[in-house]
Design a binder for this molecule. Sequence first.
Ligand SMILES: Cc1cc2nc3c(=O)[nH]c(=O)nc-3n(C[C@H](O)[C@H](O)[C@H](O)COP(=O)(O)O)c2cc1C
Length: 172
Amino acid sequence: MLLDEFLRGAKGAGVKTEKVALRDLNIKHCTSCSKCFKTGRCVIKDDMRALYPKLVKADILVVTSPVAFSGIFSRPKTMIDRCQALWARRHILGKDLRGGRRNMIGVFISTGGSNSKMTFRGSIDTMTTFFNTLQRARKYRLLFGSIDKKGDIKRLKGALMSAYKLGKRITG
Ligand SMILES: Cc1cc2nc3c(=O)[nH]c(=O)nc-3n(C[C@H](O)[C@H](O)[C@H](O)COP(=O)(O)O)c2cc1C
């Protein structure tokens, strides 16, 4: 729901958007084979092949995940681990992923059942490392604790509006 509000805000600003549901994709786990260290490419043939260029080229990349065991959920984490190939491209092969693009943005949207200063700590660390690897220096976060039951986010005053406003503001 938060992502849809973000996208609604972005569309209002006239931006082309694409929503990808990782649950619809076949993404296998990184096996740490290290073959990408030589080529900057992953040898696994699955839906990551089509996703890599989107992750690299999108001016704004938004990743959403609830908190699971103090980190992000396994599905987005599996996708992120496969970006070891992009890490290798940059840090072993010395390539710039940006291809002339500047001010690339990473947005992380999350909810958690608990609400303490620890709730999002693990997820923030993962997402910061991920966006840094993708050379997304500008980062934004929308994090909401005490969200556990269906509809909680609607009851949290201003939450959905803040996602809409962020989508509008950073694309406008
Ligand atoms: C497997 C699992 C692990 C979870 N671990 C945590 C946790 O470590 N900390 C926390 O605050 N909430 C945790 N939660 C609660 C979810 O983060 C929370 O319900 C979230 O808002 C669900 O979002 P959704 O309705 O979009 O799935 C966990 C939920 C599940 C299913």
